[in-house]
Design a protein. Structure first.
Length: 348
């Protein structure tokens, strides 16, 4: 029977809130540092199977993102929308603030040795929403990320995917949960019934033991958010931000691990996004969906180790111009978001 690996829990006091992170290791020998970022509604448990498989070769650190797991939420600040907050979005659980958190976390974790001006960065892995946070940090502070691993990377906004109906159902669910009175809304958002439906929708493995493990993981940890505002704010950010927005700005070697049956990003959108990354390696699991970190953890760990110990991938040619939008299937809106990024890069 699958069991949760053990890890040492540590804490870090940030600016007005406490973050808890888990240290997976077997000894104190000098080893590379690998930081992992979990996805929406999850916590460190979601990546622990991969961490456990790598702990003998790397110092693996997984923080619970602020507001999730055992980490405290960002302190509330000025009033504003769920995505933007006040004038600068302070206090909101969105990509910009999670990137700021991750930058500070890595700096403090390494006693300042890794910073936006440093000569050497860490290995950084992100799954799902964590892939967005990790990629945006890598684009903004490339000196801090030596190599980047993106598992089930978000390649297109949820409401423009081929499964837009599922995104609309999820949007109604989170909107209703945030608007209901505290007791009812919280009960809905933490409902095992809703969690089980999500698990069945995303799981592709037919292994009964693994399916049971995934259901139990989601039941145990998908309700471990701090408060309703965390869920609503992070959800809004998770369905609107993508890795594709910053793909052309990723200058470090990037490993992309994708699922051919991932409802969060069609194979077409994954290929399109990958084409913007100059130094990349791609691994696809054609019969797996959005839970690669559970269903194929040993394979992911092997690919990560090989990637981190191999020479840099040879640079490949990328498009000089954006690919034409497919008017028959208008699910490529992430490319319109790339336009200002690409233009700024060319003007620099």
């Amino acid at each position: 029977m699958l069991e949760n690996p053990t890890a040492e829990r540590r804490s870090m006091r940030m600016d007005g809130y406490k973050v808890r992170y888990w240290f997976y290791d077997v000894d104190a020998r000098p080893k590379p540092l690998l930081v992992m970022v979990h996805g929406f509604r999850g916590d460190h448990h979601g990546l622990q199977l991969i961490a456990d498989a790598l702990r003998d070769r790397y110092h693996v650190v997984i923080p619970d993102l602020p507001g999730f797991g055992r980490s405290e939420p960002f302190p509330p600040e000025a009033e504003g929308t769920a995505e933007t907050g006040g004038a600068d979005g302070a206090g909101r659980h969105n990509v910009a603030n999670y990137v700021r958190f991750l930058r500070s976390f890595i700096q403090r974790l390494t006693d300042g040795a890794v910073n936006p001006e440093s000569d050497h960065g860490v290995a950084l892995l992100g799954h799902s929403f964590g892939s967005v946070v990790a990629a945006h940090l890598a684009a903004e502070s490339p000196a801090m990320v030596q190599r980047l691993i993106l598992v089930n990377p978000i390649s297109e906004p949820a409401l423009t995917s081929d499964r837009v109906w599922a995104s609309q159902v999820a949007d109604t669910y989170y909107s209703l949960g945030s608007k209901l009175p505290f007791g009812l809304g919280d009960k809905l958002l933490r409902s095992n019934t809703a969690t089980d439906i999500m698990s069945r929708e995303l799981t592709t493995t037919q292994d009964p033991e693994l399916r049971e493990y995934i259901v139990n993981q989601h039941r145990a940890y998908f309700g471990s958010y701090a408060e309703k505002r965390v869920i609503r704010e992070a959800y809004v950010s998770s369905i609107s931000r993508t890795v594709a927005e910053v793909a052309p700005l990723l200058t470090m070697p990037v490993l992309l691990i994708t699922g051919g049956r991932d409802p969060m990003g069609s194979p077409e959108s994954q290929r399109r996004m990958a084409a913007w990354i100059r130094r990349r390696r791609e691994e696809q699991l054609p019969d797996v969906g959005h839970l690669i970190h559970y269903e194929k953890a040993p394979e992911v760990a092997a690919w990560v180790d090989e990637f981190l110990t191999s020479p840099d991938p040879e640079p490949v040619e990328i498009h000089d111009e954006l690919p034409p939008l497919d008017t028959a299937k208008p699910n490529t809106s992430q490319l319109t978001q790339l336009l200002p990024v690409v233009k700024r890069r060319r003007e620099d």
